[in-house]
Every structure is written in C-alpha cells, then in structure tokens.
Design a protein around this ligand. Sequence first.
Ligand SMILES: Nc1ncnc2c1ncn2[C@@H]1O[C@H](COP(=O)(O)OP(=O)(O)OP(=O)(O)O)[C@@H](O)[C@H]1O
Ligand SMILES: [Mg+2]
Length: 358
Amino acid sequence: MTSKLTLHGVSKRYGPVTALHPTDLEVREGEFVTLLGPSGSGKSTLLKIIAGMELPTEGRIIINGRDATEMPVRERDLGMVFQNYALMPHLTVFDNVAFPLKIRKTATEEIRRKVHDALKTVQLEHLKDRKPQALSGGQQQRVSIARAIVYNPSLVLMDEPLGALDKKLREQLQFEIKELHDRLGITILYVTHDQQEAMSMSDRVALMNGGRIEQIGTPRQLYFTPETAFAADFLGSSNFIDATVTARTSERTVCRLSSGEEIAAPSREGFSEGQKVRLMVRPEHISLLGQAVSADRNVLKGVTTGTTFFGESAEIRARLAAGSEIAIRIPNDYSLPEAEPGAPLHLEWDVRQTHVFA
Ligand SMILES: Nc1ncnc2c1ncn2[C@@H]1O[C@H](COP(=O)(O)OP(=O)(O)OP(=O)(O)O)[C@@H](O)[C@H]1O
Ligand SMILES: [Mg+2]
C-alpha cells in the first residue's frame, strides 16, 4: 500500500529540552493511526512538525512521496482539527468551511458544492448560516472536521479533537469520525491520551513515552503483547508481581516468587536464570474457578482483601502468599460466591497471558 506519510529520524529540541527523540513513522493510505501517550510525551510536538507549524531539529518528512520538511503549511495538503483550533467567529458555518477552498482560489460553484457535501457528511447542512458562537461544542468540532476534509487532503491531523467534550458527546463523535474515515477512505493521524479512544478507533497505535515511540502496532498487538512494562501499564489494567527467573527453555521462562510458588510465561529473548523480573497478568485474565490441572495454567494462592461491585463486573483484590496485592476482574455471575475478606482464593490463568519484563 502507498505511504501517505513517512518520517525519517525526525527530532525536536527546545534548547536543553528534547521534546522528541529521532523518530521514524509510516502512515499508509487509508490508515487510521493514533499517537497515544501521557502528557508531555511529545504527541503534539510530532503533529506540529508534520503540520509545518514547527521545524524539526533533525530528520525528513515525506508527505505523498514529496519531501515536505521545509514546505509551507499551505502546500502540505493536510487537514487539521485541534482541540482549540478556533473557528473564525465573524464567519458563518458555511464560510468557515469554505475558507480552505477560497485560499486555494477554487471556483464559486465548486465551493458551494464541496461545502454542501462536507456539511452533509457531518450532518450540519441545516446550520450553515449560523455563527460559531451559536453552536454547541460538539457542533463546533463537526464544523472543524468539515473544514479539514472539504478539499480532500492527503492526510488529516487531529490533536485531541474531542478533549473539551463531555463523555457522551465524545463517544458519539468518536463513532462519527471512525465512520467518516471508513466511508471516505481518508488517512488520519490522531492524537489522544485516552487509551480506550485510541484502541476503539485506530488501525494502529503508536504509544509514546518521554519523546519516543515506545511501541507501535494494532490495538490487539499492544494489548496482548506489550513489549515493556510501560506499555502494559498504560494500555488496560495490569498486575505486576516480582519474581526471579529459575529456568528457561525455548518455549518457556519459569519464575519463582518469594513464596516459592512458580509461574511460567512464554519464552522471550533477553532473560537469564537468576535475573529479577516483573511478571504481569491482566485482572480479567485471572479465573477463580479451578480447572483441570494443566501445564498451560498458572496457579497461585491468595486471600481476599476486598471487593468492588461495578455492575457488569466485579473487582476482587487479593493478597498473594508472596505478599503483593493483585486485582481480579470477573464478569458478574450470580453463581459466584460473595468473597468475604480473609477468604482463601485459588487464582489461575493461562501461561500465554503471562508477561515477563525486566
Ligand atoms: N515551545 C516549547 N519550548 C520548550 N519546551 C517545549 C515546547 N513545546 C513543548 N515543549 C516540551 O516538550 C515536551 C513534549 O510536549 P508535547 O506538547 O509534545 O506533549 P504532549 O504529548 O502533546 O502532551 P499533552 O498530552 O499534555 O498535550 C514537554 O515536556 C513540553 O514541555
Ligand atoms: Mg498535546
């Protein structure tokens, strides 16, 4: 598939501050790629460099096969939607959306048709004569989206476009943006610090940490095979347990807890016997129901310390014989007994759902 955007070793320093370490990234035609990461991890810096609002300290930016590193913003063929990318208050919705076409000297009749189509796409045709201040936050962001797609750009950049909206509206617009992407086949590079937003919308997620892309992959790859403890912790919930590697085969890494209990994990490069590691298992992968004894299951003993009821699921906290506390998420099921504090627990999970980190 053709590449819409390629970054080669793009970095950004502000005096002594390195906002972005040399970064490579490729976004393919029609892809929805999200930069996900905590505050200050370099997401907006990367987006601003691609948009042409900042120059990179090093590296090259290729958009649609052309070197765009020093190209002015207007020539980059990009649409942009930012959290506070203000609409022009004195212009109507129609004229705001028409703006990118007017500066491109598009013919009047073509402007009318394209603006109409873009407003129809975001379901705002009926409000075309209103001024932005007479619109709700969600409607204003829809106008921003219409303006970003109206001239059919190669790539649309969105930096926390839903950040200022309440949860319900956020979810609705997430759905609308995703639907727009699928229907129009546009290529989107999206920024959020919300892991659920990233996982539910994206074809691929680039997880950023400290000015670097720490891991990039499909939401499933990041969730099921996190490569670092940071990735495991940032996406989804995770339990960490300290252990020491006692044996390694080509298939398995076996680790011992301070209680003497042993836990197996799929083998990974880079671990040696005697090494201290952190094991990780997700709360929803732990079962409290004993199954037939099998080499594919890990088993630990624990004691209940508390339960929180969430409606569709419940979280049980347990203290392990090895000392640490872990959480278990179980879907609600009337047949499960209420776990009283102090009650002994049998915890088990699939060896494949065990991760080892240095
Ligand atoms: N103009 C600047 N001068 C100095 N440092 C800057 C400048 N712009 C950004 N930084 C620093 O670069 C780092 C990355 O900032 P960036 O805005 O890219 O983070 P972010 O991932 O978008 O965070 P957020 O989720 O809070 O928006 C931060 O440590 C920030 O303080
Ligand atoms: Mg930002």
